[in-house]
Design a protein around this ligand. Structure first.
Ligand code: SF4
Length: 624
C-alpha cells in the first residue's frame, strides 16, 4: 500500500451532466482553517456557489453533493471511520451536513481522495465507480427500485470496494431520504433525495491503494494512547457499550425528556418497557458498530421471529415508541428495518407521523394514522418511500404539512428538521441548541442534554449560562465533526480530567451556570488538536481548534442567511414555549427568547439577520 504523508487534500470533482471529472486540490491553508471533513466540505460548497446560494434548488442540477473524509481516517484513531455528506437540504432549504460511519469513507480515502464533489445531473439512473485513476459511469436501470441493502449486495462489491447508496425513498425524493453505507446511514436533512434527484443510485469507491500516515508519528501514538484510555474509563462509554444509545431512555423517564404522544406529555409509566436495559435482555444484544469504534454504541440482537436486527437508536425507539404511544419494541425493530431498507431518516419519519396522528385527532386532516392503532405503520412507511397514498404528503415532512393544514404549534421541528427525542422543557439549554442550530432540530448541535441531565453538571431548568455553553459546544463539536471522529468520544474526552474527578456535582451545578467561561477553561480537548497537528504537521493548540470550529459554524450560518434563513426561525414550536401542563410532576416551558438573545450577543450576530456581520467573518478569515 502506498503512503500519503498527512492527508492528500485531493477531492474528486465529478460533473454528472457531461460525465467528466477533474481534481479539486484544497490548500493546506484551507485545511488549517476548516480542519477537513465537514468544515472543508462546507468551504468548498461556499467557494463554488457563493454567488447563487439563495437560488440553488436543492433537487436541481446546480446543487452540489459533497462527500468529505476527515484527516483521522485510515490512521486507526478511535471512532474515525466516519465521513460527512454536505449539501443544500430539500427539507429545510438550508445547508445540511450529515455524518455516516459506514465503510464508504475509508474506501474513498484509501483510493487517495479526501472526498468527492458531485455537480450536475445524470440523464438516467447511474452508478458511479471510481478508484485513484478513473471514474466510470454505469447504467443503473436494473438497480433502480432496489432497497439499500439489496443494492449493496447486487453491486457485487470486491474486497477493496465500498458503496454509498440510496433506497426507494431517495429515488422518490422523500425530503428526508438518507444515504446508506454498509449498515450505517447519513441520516438527516434529505441528503438521499439530493442523490436521487441527480439520478445516482450508488457510488462505489475502490480503495486500499493508499494509507495516510501521521507527519509526527510519535505525537500521534501518544495522543492515541491518551484518547483510548479516556474513552475506556468513561462511564458514558460503559453505558453505551452495555445498552447502546437506548441507555438514554432511563434518564429521559427520570427527568421528563422522553416524549409521549407527539411531545404532548413528558412521562408515561409504560415507557419502562422500551429502555435499553429491557432490549439488551430481550434481544441478547451484541455490538454492531461503525468501523474503528471504541465507544461501541451500535448493537444488534435476535428478535422473536428469528431475525437478527440492528437495535434501533434511542431517537428511533422513542419516536416510534412512547411518542406514538407504542410500547412494543418488536414492532419498532421491524419498522426500523423498513426505514433502513427504504433509506429514510427515522427521526423525521417518526416526527412527521406523530404530527399527522395529532392533526387527525384534532380534525385538521384526514389520516389513517392514530395513536391508538399501529397496525398500518409498516405499510404507511412504505407508502412514504414510494410517495403514494397518504405517504405522498408525509414525505414532505411536518413543517410543510402543518403550513398546509394548520397545527404549526405541535409540528415538532426547527427550520423544518424534525426534533430528536429530547423534550426541551426538561433541559432548557438543549432547547436553545435546537432553536439556534444551523441545521435545525438536530440533537447533536451542542447536545446540552448531556451536561444538563445525563451527566448532571448543570441545573437543566435555568437559562443562566446556557447560551455560553451552547456556543462553546457548537464550536467544539463543529471541530470534532470535521475531524470526522464520532461525537460520542467527546463525552469521554471533554469530561475526563479535573472537572468531574475533583469537583462535587453540587459545586459544578453552581460554577457551570454562574461562571461558564471559567468552567470551560477547566475542560481539556487538546486530544483533538493534538490528533490534527500530529497527522497534518500543522501546529494547532486546543484554542485554535475551537476557533476553527467557530469559523465553520459562522460560515455555515452565513450561507444559511444567504439562503433565506431569518431570526424568526431561531425558535422552538409553541408546544415547548407555551404548553406547560404535561404528565410529568415538574411543569415548565422554555424561555427561548431571552436565551436566543444572549446567544446572538455572544456570537456577535446581527439581530436583524441572525447572522455574522461581514466584519465578524473577516476577523475569521472568511471573505463575504
Ligand atoms: S459510538 Fe456509535 S455512532 Fe459513534 S462510531 Fe461508535 S458505533 Fe458509530
Amino acid at each position: 500500500m502506498k503512503e500519503i504523508l498527512g492527508t492528500s487534500n485531493k477531492y474528486l470533482d465529478i460533473n454528472l451532466t457531461d460525465k467528466t471529472w477533474k481534481i479539486h486540490q484544497a490548500t493546506q491553508d484551507d485545511l488549517k482553517m476548516f480542519l477537513g471533513g465537514k468544515g472543508l466540505g462546507l468551504k468548498i460548497f461556499y467557494d463554488k456557489l457563493k454567488d447563487k446560494l439563495g437560488d440553488v434548488d436543492p433537487l436541481g442540477p446546480d446543487n452540489l453533493l459533497i462527500f468529505a473524509n476527515g484527516v483521522l481516517l485510515t490512521t486507526g484513531a478511535p471512532c474515525s471511520a466516519r465521513f460527512e455528506v454536505i449539501t443544500k437540504s430539500p427539507l429545510t432549504g438550508y445547508m445540511v451536513a450529515s455524518s455516516c460511519g459506514g465503510p464508504f469513507g475509508e474506501a474513498c480515502k484509501t483510493a487517495g481522495w479526501d472526498g468527492i464533489i458531485i455537480s450536475g445531473k445524470a440523464q438516467k439512473p447511474t452508478v458511479i465507480r471510481f478508484d485513484d485513476q478513473s471514474v466510470i459511469f454505469e447504467d443503473a436501470d436494473d438497480l433502480w427500485g432496489a432497497k439499500t441493502h439489496d443494492t449493496q449486495e447486487r453491486l457485487h462489491l470486491g474486497p477493496k470496494e465500498a458503496a454509498a447508496v440510496i433506497g426507494p425513498a431517495g429515488e422518490n425524493k422523500v425530503f428526508y431520504a438518507n444515504i446508506c453505507s454498509g449498515h450505517r446511514f447519513a441520516g438527516r436533512g434529505g441528503v438521499g433525495a439530493v442523490m436521487g434527484a441527480k439520478n445516482i443510485k450508488a457510488i462505489v469507491a475502490r480503495g486500499k491503494e493508499y494509507r495516510c500516515v501521521p507527519v509526527n508519528r510519535e505525537k500521534f501514538e501518544k495522543t492515541m494512547k491518551k484518547a483510548k484510555a479516556h474513552i475506556a474509563r468513561s462511564p458514558f462509554t460503559k453505558g453505551y457499550k452495555a445498552f447502546g444509545t437506548n441507555m438514554n431512555t432511563r434518564f429521559g423517564i427520570d427527568s421528563g425528556y422522553t416524549p409521549v404522544r407527539n411531545f404532548r406529555d413528558r412521562y408515561s409509566p409504560k415507557t419502562g418497557a422500551i429502555t435499553g436495559e429491557v432490549m439488551a435482555e430481550k434481544y441478547q444484544t451484541r455490538h454492531s458498530t461503525c468501523r474503528y469504534c471504541s465507544v461501541l454504541c451500535g448493537h444488534k440482537g435476535m428478535y422473536p421471529d428469528g431475525k437478527m436486527r440492528q437495535i434501533p437508536e434511542y431517537e428511533t425507539t422513542s419516536l416510534f415508541g412512547s411518542n406514538i404511544e407504542n410500547y412494543d419494541t418488536d414492532k419498532i425493530g421491524i419498522w426500523n428495518d423498513i426505514m433502513n431498507d427504504m433509506g429514510m431518516d427515522t427521526i423525521s419519519a417518526g416526527g412527521t407521523m406523530a404530527w399527522a396522528m395529532e392533526a387527525g385527532e384534532k380534525g385538521l386532516r384526514k389520516t389513517e394514522l392514530s395513536f391508538e392503532n399501529h397496525d398500518n405503520i409498516a405499510r404507511i412507511l412504505e407508502d412514504i418511500a414510494y410517495r403514494r397514498n397518504e405517504g405522498a404528503e408525509l414525505a414532505d415532512g411536518s413543517k410543510r404539512m402543518s403550513e398546509k393544514y394548520g397545527g404549526r404549534e405541535f409540528a415538532i421541528h426547527t427550520k423544518g428538521l424534525e426534533i430528536a427525542a429530547y423534550d426541551p422543557r426538561a433541559c432548557w439549554g438543549h432547547g436553545l441548541s435546537y432553536a439556534v442550530h444551523n441545521k435545525g432540530g438536530c440533537h447533536l448541535g451542542s447536545y446540552l442534554v448531556g451536561l444538563e441531565v445525563i451527566m448532571g453538571f448543570m441545573p437543566p431548568q435555568t437559562k443562566m449560562g446556557k447560551a455560553s455553553w451552547v456556543v462553546f459546544c457548537e464550536d467544539l463539536f463543529a471541530g470534532i465533526n470535521s475531524l470526522q471522529t464520532c461525537l460520542f468520544t467527546a463525552f469521554a474526552i471533554l469530561t475526563e480530567p479535573v472537572v468531574p474527578k475533583y469537583f462535587p456535582l453540587a459545586v459544578l451545578n453552581v460554577a457551570t451556570i454562574l461562571n461558564p467561561g471559567m468552567s470551560q477553561m477547566l475542560m481539556n480537548w487538546s486530544v483533538y488538536s493534538d490528533f490534527f497537528s500530529a497527522i497534518t504537521g500543522i501546529p494547532m493548540n486546543q484554542w485554535q481548534f475551537k476557533k476553527a470550529g467557530e469559523r465553520i459554524t459562522k460560515l455555515e450560518r452565513y450561507m444559511n442567511v444567504q439562503m433565506g434563513q431569518t431570526p424568526s426561525e431561531d425558535t422552538l414550536p409553541d408546544r415547548f414555549t407555551k404548553e406547560a401542563v404535561t404528565k410529568y410532576p415538574v411543569n415548565s416551558v422554555v424561555p427561548i427568547l431571552p436565551m436566543v438573545k444572549q446567544y446572538y450577543g455572544i456570537r456577535g450576530y446581527d439581530p436583524k439577520t441572525a447572522g455574522p456581520t461581514v466584519k465578524n467573518l473577516q476577523r475569521l478569515g472568511i471573505s463575504a
